[in-house]
Design a protein around this ligand. Structure first.
Ligand code: COS
Length: 384
């Protein structure tokens, strides 16, 4: 749902200009230093990028899902590490508070998340609970007016920058399933939180992940999201439904950038006396990429519109995440092929995208988890 096309167009224009003038020129530096320059992060704050999804009453831009994906199509025509620094605050880190938090919790945290003063991280995954998220073992045991948290969270995006964690932990250790899990807002500065070393990753340099270890960390009972135990897994699943459309939109943006670069190269590069873009075997790779990119874009916009209309989009979100993340992998692979030897060299940037996009098929649910969700929903829906 687009509320005001003129305001949205102005936002899309300023994001697009910011990407062209500030982010694209900084890509190489970010990949070399593994850090987004603080000045750029500050400019992202000024542009309101940390508050894209937080309602206006809490100081954000309150974008609808359709508006959000259209912003992401523009914002992601650059290294995905730039999206990652706002991603957990805009997405999985804040949405649990927005969806299931009490009015007091929203009023306390959302305004500071919207300005980017506070960054949020989503702490679900553990060393032994990845795809099987409901088996998580971190415990949060009520002791007076505090919960005492013990356990280890793994691969936590933006943990080194986080002001708060949206934490999923087991409040009822006797219940080993989803209904024993609750969600909390945890101040990252709380005593008893230890951050592991930054993970060394295949790609997305500039985006940081690490372990978050809780050792007798005391979390005020008032920080239990929605003041209701046993609802944390459902909160996480609802957050991920939205997050998967968000990631699919990211894939579309990055794929567009990769394809633009590959097309430009194919039109400039001459072999056998003409631009390689004139050869039909190159054209086939360009055309297949354009077709799949267009399909993914249409899916993402459709799922976003359905979500804005209040539909349950669990299936569509997984379809989008599955298709768009696989699509961007194929587009990146063909781009390397079109650039040939240059595609394998760091100087041309395509090999960096090739490594960066590999993550999209893994996080916020692997392709195989999306297949399971889609098929399960189909079977459930078809039962009499
Ligand atoms: N929205 C709301 N509620 C949901 C939901 C959704 N999208 N999906 C599941 N639930 C509810 C179910 O309805 C069920 O509630 P009831 O017991 O009241 O019926 C409860 O949550 C448990 O659901 P389910 O039985 O389906 O859980 P499973 O353990 O079988 O697994 C999957 C569910 C595999 C879908 C889940 O573990 C998953 O998404 N795994 C991937 C995790 C992931 O993406 N990790 C990435 C980390 S973030 S970077």
């Amino acid at each position: 749902m687009i509320r005001d096309p003129e305001i949205l167009d102005a936002l899309l224009d300023s994001v697009s200009r910011f990407v062209r003038e500030r982010l694209v020129p900084a890509e190489h530096e970010v990949s070399e230093t593994d850090e987004i320059p603080p000045k750029i992060v500050e400019e992202m704050r000024q542009l309101g990028l940390f508050g894209l999804t937080i309602p206006e009453e809490f100081g954000g831009l309150g974008l609808t899902m359709e508006e959000e994906v259209r912003v992401l199509f523009e914002l992601c025509k650059t290294s995905p590490a730039f999206r990652s620094i706002i991603g957990t605050t805009v997405g999985i880190g804040s949405q649990g508070i927005l969806m299931d938090g009490t009015p007091e919790q929203k009023a306390e945290y959302l305004p500071r998340l919207a300005t980017g003063e506070l960054m949020a991280s989503f702490a679900l995954t553990e060393p032994d609970a990845g795809s099987d998220a409901a088996s998580l073992r971190t415990t949060a045991i009520l002791n007076g007016d505090h919960y005492v948290v013990n356990g280890t969270k793994r691969f936590i995006t933006n943990a080194p920058h986080a002001g708060i964690f949206t934490l999923m932990a087991r409040t009822n250790p006797a219940d080993k399933g989803a209904s024993g899990v609750s969600s909390f807002i945890v101040d990252a500065k709380s005593p008893g939180i230890i951050l592991g070393k930054n993970d060394k990753k295949m790609g997305q340099r500039g985006a940081h992940t690490c372990d978050v270890i809780f050792e007798d960390c005391r979390v005020p009972a008032a920080n239990l999201i929605g003041h209701t135990e046993g609802r944390g897994f459902k909160t996480a699943m609802k957050v991920l439904d939205k997050g998967r459309i968000h990631i699919a939109a990211v894939c579309v943006g990055v794929a567009q950038r990769i394809l633009d670069d590959a097309l430009r190269y194919a039109m400039e590069r001459k072999q056998f006396g003409q631009a390689i873009a004139e050869f039909q075997l190159i054209q086939a790779m360009l055309a297949d990429s354009q077709t799949e990119l267009y399909a993914a874009q249409c899916m993402v916009v459709d799922a976003a519109q359905r979500r804005d209309d209040g539909e349950n989009v669990s299936t569509q979100a997984s379809c989008c995440k599955l298709f768009a993340s696989e699509m961007v992998g194929r587009v990146a692979d063909r781009a390397v092929q079109i650039l040939g030897g240059a595609g394998y060299l760091a100087d041309y940037g395509i090999e960096r995208f090739y490594r960066d996009v590999r993550l999209f098929r893994l996080y916020e649910g692997t392709t195989q988890i999306q297949q399971i969700i889609i098929a399960r929903n189909m079977v459930r829906g078809a039962r009499p």
